[in-house]
Design a protein around this ligand. Structure first.
Ligand SMILES: [Zn+2]
Length: 390
């Protein structure tokens, strides 16, 4: 970060056509950020102290605003080449089991405050530390971990982080908190779902002491340095799922609430593992996200998704389609194992048709197609039981 920060005095003596000059912008959220501007015309205006950058904005917005401001202010043909400095929001690729672009954590820096949204499983904790190290940070410097939910692929590294940094605050929904303090039930049910590969996939999940937890219900506003994050309760994928909204960045960190979409790609698929799936409750969470009108979604699997309204429409369509597919194969199969095979084969084939075999395999692995079937089967069974008792 420090290596990026350079300053050059702007003076009337120095500029000439093609002169590049640096103007120190500001300290967005405690970080220095410089803009490199190439003056193409009217070099005599170089002495103007016009550099201004907008705090708590994402880099692209800073760029756009500088350009607009300069151009409209003096009708200058100024071109912004780049904005240098560490972004205050960084995607960290956890490279889960050697697969890039499957699990993403977000590093948020604001006013000297360091937070991570969903640090990932314990099996990728070494990767997380490497990411921090490459930015001149360590686990000991983090202030907060914000969990969207407690599933191992999102929250598993939390206990290790607290072991290495006992002052760390771990934000989690009320319903998930007991399983962070004592993960034994969570691990037992995970062991049933991944009987042979639990450790390889998720590593050694450590408990988080109660005093490190900050309990959320939804509707809180968190202050992290100079950044404010709104919390919304967004169940559907899990009963204890929350999403975080950063109004300054215009981003919603939605965990698994709006499914899986790798790098804003063409295919959006649900992750519907047992035991909490509910399509009805999920609908309220879509509304909660859309009501805040974010311009982008940040998905744990994987990265930014643009146009949240279109994304959620497509996700909803696929979610309901998969629920129908699960009901169909359950009806036509002799038992649940056969139904699971049928569901996975049909879902894989649909994906392959749209994105090819290699990408379909990556999507299926990241989502856990067989788990998605088990979650949908359980949801359908519970719904049928509830209807029978009415
Ligand atoms: Zn997940």
């Amino acid at each position: 970060m420090a290596g990026c920060v350079r300053k050059e005095t702007i003076s009337r003596n120095k500029p000439r056509f093609g002169q590049r000059w640096l103007a120190e912008g500001f300290k967005p959220n405690g970080l220095r950020c410089l803009a490199l501007i190439h003056l193409r015309e009217r070099p005599e205006v170089c002495g103007r102290p016009t550099m201004r950058v907008w705090p708590r904005s994402s880099l692209w917005r800073i760029q756009a605003k500088i350009e607009t401001a300069f151009l409209s202010q003096a009708a200058l043909a100024l071109k912004l080449y780049y904005v240098c400095g560490m972004s205050d929001l960084t995607i960290l690729d956890m490279n889960w089991v050697g697969r890039p672009h499957s699990i993403a954590a977000a590093l948020l820096v604001s006013g000297g405050h360091y937070a991570i949204i969903d640090p990932g499983p314990e099996s990728t904790y070494a990767t997380l530390r490497e990411h921090l190290h490459s930015r001149g940070l360590s686990a000991a410097q983090l202030d907060a971990v914000l969990l969207t939910h407690i599933h191992l692929d999102h929250a598993g590294a939390s206990g290790s982080l607290v072991r290495d940094n006992p002052r760390l605050a771990v934000y989690v929904h009320n319903l998930g908190a007991p399983h962070m303090i004592d993960p034994s039930r969570l691990l037992a049910s995970a062991a049933r779902l991944w009987p042979d590969t639990l450790h390889q996939l998720f590593g050694e999940t450590l408990p988080v002491p109660k005093e490190n937890l900050r309990i959320l219900e939804g509707d809180e506003t968190l202050t992290l340095g100079t950044r404010k994050l709104e919390v919304a309760y967004t169940p559907g994928h899990a009963s204890h799922h929350v999403s975080y909204f950063d109004a300054a960045e215009d981003i919603a960190f939605v965990g698994d609430t709006t499914g899986i979409r790798i790098d804003n790609g063409p295919y959006i698929l649900p992750a519907t593992p047992p035991p909490d799936i509910s399509l009805e409750i999920w609908e309220n969470s879509f509304a909660a996200i859309l009501a805040r009108r974010p311009s982008r979604l940040f998905l744990t699997h994987f990265g930014y998704a643009s146009n949240p309204a279109e994304h959620i429409d497509e996700f909803r369509r696929r979610l309901h389609h998969w629920a129908e597919l699960a009901a169909e194969v359950l009806k036509s199969s002799s038992d649940e194992a056969q139904a699971k095979q049928g569901f996975v084969a049909r879902a894989q084939a649909e994906m392959q048709e749209q994105i090819g075999a290699e990408e379909a395999d990556h999507h299926a692995f990241t989502a856990g197609l067989d788990l998605s079937f088990l979650g949908l089967a359980r949801y359908l069974r519970k719904r049928a039981e509830a209807e029978a008792t009415v």
